[in-house]
Design a protein around this ligand. Structure first.
Ligand code: ATR
Length: 276
């Protein structure tokens, strides 16, 4: 029996999720389909209701519906509530339940790259939805302090206040691109702004910043970005956003099917994306 899954977003045509999920399914021997659904905001409730009636087993949810989808769900994980976004739905007898695998996926991405943030200072560039999942993850993983660098200070401040409230400690604060250059050496940095996606220069261009950094992750799903190039020029490791893309998919796949995705399948998909 074949089970149906899919991605809801707008737009979705560029998505690499079908390739990733189909690859995992064939590796493990699960008979499933994974389709792309471009859905308007005002059609979301209706779309999910029809999916429920057709017994569609699960959905991934992407931009711009990760927050708006929450009101149509019958259950939401604490993590997804704290982040304010859901990216994975699973069919249950009375409707869909939602979790956020961007958080777990990001932590797995760090683990697989040999990065620990425990008791460390971290810098997060960007303050959008992706930054929210990243910041939640690294505080959960024991980061000592998180500095958020963002074009719009007010967006960063709202995010920091929310996270400080979730974790009941003053762990997260805004820093300007100029101020952050004075940070002590040895920090971890996550680049979450969409600048790299548009092929634009990184938000921080001062070489001192990169020379003080220990290692970094850019979550923009591209082989390379200006940020990654600047890290490399300073001799620092920086993985690209294909890692996070793959690991959030692994977490979704395991949640849906209650299986373990073998490392070999993960590595195959990673190299496929990097060699496209
Ligand atoms: P996502 O949900 O994928 O994180 P988003 O919510 O649109 O996307 O957030 C995009 C991030 O990239 C934000 O931090 C945004 O900065 P602002 O808060 O100032 O909007 C940042 N960003 C996007 N375009 C930018 C640009 N041209 N210069 C600097 N920052 C930019």
């Amino acid at each position: 029996m074949s089970f149906n899954y899919g991605l809801i977003g707008n737009p979705v045509s560029h998505s690499k999720s079908p390739v990733i999920h189909n690859m995992f399914a064939s590796y493990i021997g699960i008979d499933m389909t994974y389709d792309l659904f471009c859905v308007e905001e005002n059609e979301l409730g209706d779309f999910l209701h029809k999916g429920y009636e057709a017994k569609v087993k699960g959905y991934n949810v992407t931009v711009p519906h990760k927050s708006s989808v929450m009101k149509y769900l019958i259950g939401i994980s604490d993590e997804a509530k704290a982040v304010g976004a859901v990216n994975t739905l699973k069919l249950s007898p009375n409707g869909y339940e939602g979790i956020n695998t961007d958080t777990k996926g990001f932590l797995r991405c760090l683990r697989e790259n040999g990065i620990s943030v425990l008791d460390r200072e971290c810098v997060v560039i960007g303050a959008g939805g992706a930054a929210r999942a990243v910041i939640y993850s690294i505080i959960k993983a024991g980061a000592k302090r998180v500095f958020v660098v963002n074009r719009t200070k007010a967006h960063a401040e709202i995010l920091c206040n929310d996270m400080n409230e979730v974790f009941s400690r003053n762990v997260c604060s805004y820093a300007s691109a100029e101020e952050i250059v004075d940070i002590s050496p040895g920090f971890f940095c996550a680049q979450t702004s969409s600048l790299g996606l548009k092929g634009e220069d990184a938000m921080i261009t001062d070489e001192t910043f990169y020379s003080k950094m220990s290692e970094a992750v850019d979550i923009v799903p591209k082989k390379t970005t200006d940020f990654i190039e600047r890290c490399k020029a300073s001799g620092k490791e920086c993985s690209n956003g294909f890692d996070m893309l793959v690991y959030q998919a692994v977490e979704s796949f395991e949640y849906w099917h209650d299986v373990h995705v073998p490392n070999e399948a993960v590595l195959t998909v990673r190299s496929l994306l990097n060699n496209e």
